[in-house]
Design a protein around this ligand. Sequence first.
Ligand SMILES: Cc1cc2nc3c(=O)[nH]c(=O)nc-3n(C[C@H](O)[C@H](O)[C@H](O)COP(=O)(O)OP(=O)(O)OC[C@H]3O[C@@H](n4cnc5c(N)ncnc54)[C@H](O)[C@@H]3O)c2cc1C
Ligand code: FES
Length: 257
Amino acid sequence: MIRQERMTVVSQREIAKDIFEMTLQGQIVQEMSPGQFVHIRVSDLLEPLLRRPISIANIQKEAEEFTIIYRAQGRGTKVLSQKQVGDEVDVLGPLGNGFPVEEAREGETALLVGGGIGVPPLYELSKQLNAKGVRTIHVLGFQTEEVAFYEEEFTKLGETYYVTDDGSKGFKGFVTDLLNELNPDFNIFYSCGPLPMLRALASMYEEKKGYLSLEERMGCGIGACFACICKTEEGQEKDYVKICSDGPVFEKGVVKL
Ligand SMILES: Cc1cc2nc3c(=O)[nH]c(=O)nc-3n(C[C@H](O)[C@H](O)[C@H](O)COP(=O)(O)OP(=O)(O)OC[C@H]3O[C@@H](n4cnc5c(N)ncnc54)[C@H](O)[C@@H]3O)c2cc1C
Ligand code: FES
C-alpha cells in the first residue's frame, strides 16, 4: 500500500564525490521490496515543489530503516544532501513494481548490471537473492573512480567487477565490453542504469530472461499525470506503459528502449 509519511533521518554521509547515502526511519519500510522507489519532498517550503524519485537501496525491516543512495546534482537533491540526523523528510512510497526476486531459483546464478545512480537498487536485490541461495555476479559501471561506491558491500555478496569510462577503477570501457570478455555463465539478469546500457544488454542477451529498471522524469509518481509514459514493443497488450506505476522494472522486450 502506498503511504505518505514523515520519516526521520538516522544517518547521512557522502560516500563518493557528490554521492550521498541517507538512512531514514519509519513505518512504510515494512512494505518495501527491491527495485521499488520512494518519492521525496525535499523541502517543506514551496520550492522545490516537485518530489524527487529515488530508489530503495537497502531495507532493514527490524529497525524500520531503509537507505537511499543519491547524486546531489540539481536543486532538489542538493537540498536533500543538507538534511541532518533527526530532521524529518516527507516520503511517499513504496512506489512501483520492483525486481521479481522469485524469478531466480535457489542454486541459479543471477547477473546484476548497474550503471551510475542505477547501481543502488541492485544492492537490496543482491541481498535478497543471496538470502534465497542464488549466486550473484555484479558488474558495476561508473564514469570515474571518484564517483564509484559500495565496493565492500557488493564484494561481500558475490563476484564483483568495476568498470569506469576512463579506467581509473577496474576495467576501462563500458560494462558491455567487460561482459564480452568475461562471458559469464548465468540464468537470469537484472539491470538498472542509463538507457543506452539497457539497450545494449537487451540485445546482447536476447535469449536470456532479463529484467530492466527504467528511469524517466516523473511528476506524480503514482500513475495519475502521464509524465512518465513510454512506448511498448509491438505485440504488447498496451501501446504504452507508465514507468512509475507499471514499472520501473519491466521484463526485457516489453518497453521500446
Ligand atoms: C524510478 C527512479 C529511481 C531513481 N533512483 C535514483 C537513485 O537511487 N539515486 C539517484 O541519485 N537518482 C535516482 N533517480 C534519478 C533522480 O530522480 C534524479 O536525478 C533527480 O530527480 C534529479 O533531481 P535534482 O533535484 O537533482 O535535479 P533538478 O534538475 O532540480 O530536477 C528538476 C526536475 O527534473 C526531474 N529530474 C531530473 N533528472 C531526472 C532523472 N534523471 N530522472 C527523473 N527525474 C529527473 C526531477 O525529479 C525534478 O522534477 C531515479 C529516478 C527514477 C525515475
Ligand atoms: S509520474 Fe505521473 S503518471 Fe508516472
